[in-house]
Structure formats: C-alpha cells, structure tokens
Design a protein around this ligand. Structure first.
Ligand code: PHE
Length: 465
C-alpha cells in the first residue's frame, strides 16, 4: 500500500532518513520549515505511526546569589580560615567580621571539616586553625561553574553538588524538557514521492499564542489596591519628590539621623522648598525636635528636597492637612533609596502604606488588619516582631514564612504614631500606621528569590507567570 504524504511530512521524513534523530528545532533548520509547521508535521506522522517522539529532561545549574558571592569572596568557612591565618580570634571578633548568619555557618562547617579548634575561655571562646585546609570539592565545583550555566552531565562530583544544593541560594537548578524525533521502522525505507495536501488534524500541537497582558508586578499592585479598597480603605496620593520636612522632620526623625545621609537618600541638587509647611507646623515640629532630641533644629535642613524614601510622608501630610477624626486611608507608590542593588534591594521600589484613625483603636486592631490583609494574599504563616521606627511607639514588624526559601521574610513595619509626631500637627487621636515593600510581596507570590527579576524584562518568564 502506498501512503500519501503532505509536503511538510515529506520533508520531515526525508530529513530524518538522512539524520535519524533530531529535535523539532533541528528539523526546522534542516527543512527550512517553520517550527509550527514542524510541530504539526510531527504530530501527523506520529499519529500515522511513522514518527516516534521521545522526551528527555535537560538539567542545568548556575550559581545563585550566595554562590556568586562565595565565588568572589570565598565560602563563609573559607573567610573564617583566612581571618585566622595569622592568629586565633575570639567568637566576638569573628562575629563582628562575618555579619549575620555567616558566623554560624562558617563555624559549623569549619568544625565539621576539622579545620578549627575551639577553646572555651572564661569570657569568650577562642578559635584557631587546626589544620591548613586545602580546596574542598565544593569550592572546586563553585569555581568550575563560575558564571556559566553547566549541564548535569558536566558535573563529575555529585556529592559536592548535593552539598551545595542543600545550602540556600548557592545553586540555581533548572530543568528543560527536550523533544526528540526519530523514525519508526515502517518509515525507514519509505517512498515519499507521492504528495497530497493531506487531511487536517484539529488536535495537532500548535504554538502558543501570547496575548498582551499586564506585568506581574502591576498585577500585584492592583491586587493589593483591591484588597484595601475591599477592607474599606480610601486611596490618597502624593508627590514622589518631597521636602525633607515631610519625609523626615514631621516624622520625628532627627536631622542627624543616618537615614538622611547622602548614601541612603537621594537629594535633588540645589533645590529647596522655601515654605515646606505652614509657619505653625514648622514652629511646632521644630519645638518637638529641640525639646525631645535636644539639638539645634535647622529650617534649612528641612527645606532640602528628596526623592521620597517612603510613602509615610504622604500619610503624615494628609493627616496634618485634614486632621480626620475617623479614617481608613492607604497610599501606594514608588519610593527611592540610595542603596546597593542586590537580590533583595532595589534603588526604586513600590510601597503600600495605610493608617487607621478613630476611637478606641489599639495595637491589636493593627495586628488584626495585617492578618486580614495577608490572609487575602494567601499568606498565613506570619509573626510579629518588635522593631524601631523614630515615629512610632510601639513599633512592630511582620515576618512571613517563605516556604520556598525556607526562611522568615520581613514584610511590613508598623506602629502607633508617637505623640511627638501627632501633637505638633494638631492630631489628637491615636493613629495606627503601617507600610512596606510591594516587591517583597510579589516575590512571595511568584516564588522568586531575586527581586531584580521584575525589572529584567525576561520575556519567557513574563509569559510563563
Ligand atoms: N515607613 C516605614 C518603612 O518605610 C514603614 C512604616 C510605616 C512603619 C508606617 C511604621 C509606620 O519601612
């Protein structure tokens, strides 16, 4: 019996008779057919029993943020050894040199490797090198991967890989499904010379269509706005440029506070606002500072213009102007911090911020609103932690558990505005306030461990979420 083939099928068959194993992409190249035509042709041939489609998985690895850091500066345990090269050091000295969690990791691993000796002194433990350590398999693997993406087959030490994979954010593992097309026996010596237009298979694979859509971060912003509106809050708006008066002074942030320095805040060059507030507001705020912080408050400092470092300036200005007795207000928008960009910090990001003012409002209400908000976002594992802001007392911070990263993430800051903030502006009722970064929430939602992904314009990621 002779078969009738579509031109597309013919071309695919002929190419596969020459090179028996090809991916759809290779077929497309070798036949000069589009990838959609290839997909369709393969599907026809598969249904007729002439083509065999197998799938394989390609696993690749690249370094995550901690891996890249260790590539440059060494693993925490290596940093520790370098520090001990010349003389033993106390826990205290090591802890202050290796910031944060680095200390525990470094000590634990160096001990496990048998590199160090720890002697208990009467005030602090003393750590010294026991054995000069050679490069470990994990370190070799880190430098082997470097800034490349390597496939699983290239990894020769799978134990070292297992260890690195167990350390958070060292390795990014991705897997990709590959299709492989080969000919069934019946097709190997088939005469393809007869052609026809063929029947149409309405169930064949076709390429996906990507319609225009909003950016995932904008989706998160819209969702958050919607939640607050549903909780009975109204939105207020403010300028992205603000005088230091509303961004800092009105929020009881002393004029020598480190947050106000150039390396934390963007100032608008040679721009000053002559009258940042009414004269009585200026007088009362100035008094509140000089009386409570005991220093010489300067008007000129408060006249300097900044890119707002938080949306709290919008809130406080609104309160000072409207003096509401009863209100549920939120504001949302872009803020700016002169910080080093990293996987968790951006120079520009978005904040959501809200207040409740009314009779008998307490800290418990504030925590209740937070819980409600997080619940609507699907975040249920949360805890509150005491913290500090110059303008609230008490001050709390919410932490949310990120299942994927396996750790607690700081989300919103909150508290009750101090009387030193509200009294000078003529606000008598207690004001519950909170605010925090939207990108952080979006990271949880989209399970990202690098905030920069939102601004990378990676089309395949944008289409996939
Ligand atoms: N402004 C704080 C921040 O940027 C958040 C905050 C808002 C804290 C209101 C307390 C009250 O992190």
């Amino acid at each position: 019996m002779s078969q009738v083939f579509h031109d597309i099928e013919k071309k695919i068959l002929e190419t596969l008779q020459k090179v028996p194993n090809q991916t759809p992409e290779q077929l497309s190249k070798n036949t000069e057919l589009s990838i959609d035509q290839i997909r369709r042709g393969i599907e026809w041939l598969r249904l007729k029993g002439f083509a065999i489609v197998t799938e394989s998985e390609k696993i690749t690895f690249s370094l995550g943020p901690n891996g890249l850091d260790s590539l440059k500066n060494g693993l925490p345990e290596r940093k520790l050894i370098n520090m001990l090269k010349d003389e033993p050091k106390t826990f205290e000295q090591i802890r202050s040199a290796l910031s944060g969690a680095g200390f525990n990791v470094a000590i634990a691993n160096a001990k496990k490797n048998g590199w160090i000796k720890i002697e208990k002194g009467n005030s602090d433990s003393l750590v010294s090198i026991k054995e000069k350590p050679i490069e470990t398999p994990e370190e070799k693997l880190l430098s082997f991967i470097g800034e490349k993406t390597v496939s699983q087959e290239e990894i020769t030490n799978s134990l070292a890989m297992k260890i690195l994979l167990s350390r958070p954010n060292y390795i990014i593992q991705t897997s990709e499904k590959l299709k492989n097309i080969s000919l069934a026996d019946a097709a190997l010596s088939l005469d393809t010379s007869i052609s026809s237009s063929g029947a149409i298979d309405v169930e064949a694979d076709v390429s996906s269509i990507f319609a225009a859509r909003t950016h995932p971060l904008q989706d998160t912003i819209d969702e958050i706005r919607e939640i607050f509106v549903n909780l009975g809050f109204s939105e207020i708006f403010g300028s992205m440029t603000q005088s230091s008066f509303w961004n800092f002074d009105a929020l009881f942030t002393p004029q020598d506070h480190p947050a106000r320095e150039l390396q934390d805040t963007f100032y608008l060059e040679d721009t000053e606002l002559k009258n940042p507030a009414t004269s009585s507001q200026i007088k009362n705020i100035s008094l509140s500072h000089s009386k409570n912080w005991k220093y010489d408050w300067k008007l000129s400092e408060s006249q300097k213009m900044v890119l707002r470092t938080h949306t709290t300036c919008v809130t406080i200005k609104y309160l000072a102007e409207q003096k509401p007795e009863n209100a549920r207000i939120f504001s949302l928008g872009r803020v700016f911090r002169n910080e080093k960009v990293s996987y968790k910090h951006l120079v520009e990001f978005n904040q959501i911020e809200g207040i409740v003012i009314g009779n008998n409002t307490t800290l418990r209400d504030l925590m209740g609103i937070q819980k409600e908000f997080y619940k609507k976002l699907g975040l249920t594992k949360i805890k509150f932690w005491p913290t500090f802001f110059p303008y609230t007392e008490p001050s709390l911070q919410t932490m949310v558990y990120n299942e994927k990263l396996g750790k607690w993430i700081e989300l919103f800051g909150m508290g009750i505005f101090r009387p030193e903030v509200t009294k000078p502006l003529g606000i008598d009722k207690p004001v519950l306030a909170w605010g925090g970064g939207i990108e952080r929430i979006a990271m949880l939602k989209y399970e990202l461990d690098d905030v920069r992904e939102f601004y990378n314009n990676n089309i395949s990621w944008l289409r996939s979420v």
